[in-house]
Design a protein around this ligand. Sequence first.
Ligand code: FAD
Length: 434
Amino acid sequence: MKPLLLLVAYLAAVTLPLLLSRLINAPPRALHQELASGLGILAFSMVLMEFVLSGRFKAISKGIGMDVTMRFHQLMARTALAFALLHPFLYQRTPSGGQRPWDPSRQLTITTDFAALSTGIMAYLLLAGLVILAIGRTQLSYKYETWRAMHGIGAVLIAALLLHHTVSAGRYGSQPVMFWLWIAMTGAAVGSLLYVYMVEPLRERKLAWQVASVTPLGAEQWELTVTPKGHSGLKFQAGQFAWLNVGHSSFSLKENPFSIASAPAAGPDVSFMIKEFGDFTRTVGQIEPGTIAYIDGPYGNLPVDGRPEPGVALIAGGVGLAPLLSILRQMRLTGDPRKVKLVYGNRTADQIAYQTELGTQDVTYVLSDPPKDWHGKSGLIDGALMDQIFLPEEFNEWVFVLCGPPAMMDIIEAHLRKRGAPPSRIMSERFYYD
Ligand SMILES: Cc1cc2nc3c(=O)[nH]c(=O)nc-3n(C[C@H](O)[C@H](O)[C@H](O)COP(=O)(O)OP(=O)(O)OC[C@H]3O[C@@H](n4cnc5c(N)ncnc54)[C@H](O)[C@@H]3O)c2cc1C
């Protein structure tokens, strides 16, 4: 799906309850009271849409990439929290006292029903806690998997509490049409989580993989190859990524996203290039061939298949080579007539992976900390280096695919824009989006 279409679909879903509530023929109230209800309604629908923006839907990740989806997820969570925080304060000067017989649509009063209010207050506090914990996640010492489980359970709890609060305390939420809309939207949100963590793993269980080999690729990097166990493998495009689970049940949260480094045209085996980083990646070297693995994928929007540009520029920093290697391998294997240039940066010479396979034709190696006898480029991949490697017409016509450290990607994206490449010709994947 195209980014604009996705944005329109998001806005339509988020504003649907607000628009429907406007159609309810309720007696008018003061503007600040309407604003209070409106912000509460918006905050709830945004919280529900967060389930869909959690990075595990192929149509979304293929349309805009997982890094963009996750940053949007983070931004919308903070916006929903801001709306929710304002929501009760805007009811100021509205008399309370529950639903009075003479005020059935709560034109003049807000509820004091304890149950209806307490679920709202609990959701309010939990939402603030969830967002703060997510912002400070990297500073906290617990494992990523623990945080992810807490985040998911917290989100389901918030959705359930908000549903109760909205349909029992809300002036609009208590109307039948809104009641059923909220039930349907909450069901779809929680259902999407169940789909990702219950239905997909069930499907994956039937499509198990087996580790074929684990090979060192120089300093703290490994190539892990898996082979399908009794099925035809994964249909993917070069440049995409998948969630990899090695040695655990398909229902386990112990899975990590990795770009596929092998080419689709190379056959059913799938290879990953993995850099040691945390608890799982540091143990990759100890994985035994034959270990059962599961793959959830493909995801991502880096593929260059079918693009009209006459050339493909691949700019890789460190393990960011993985998706670009898949693209390069696919182009070489299929005899793709488009021109291609790879710029591959590392800090030291022992970090360069796949050097024999990559060769020197159309490949520029860059080291920021080169040895004395280094014949490649030295320094960082920056604008000046890009100008040495690419001709003006290549900046004007080629598609540029970037993957590497955030600082490198920021500098190169800005430089490409300066050289006239529009965003439609710049594709990128970020491995970390905090
Ligand atoms: C789209 C994408 C493609 C990637 N491709 C590659 C690749 O080809 N090669 C490579 O070496 N690395 C890749 N990464 C990074 C890789 O996922 C992390 O380095 C790895 O998950 C770290 O796991 P760990 O258990 O070793 O470390 P941990 O200490 O558990 O995690 C370190 C950090 O990695 C990230 N991370 C860990 N688990 C997950 C998860 N399940 N979902 C999302 N993020 C997670 C989090 O930011 C976390 O803070 C990719 C990341 C993304 C998002």
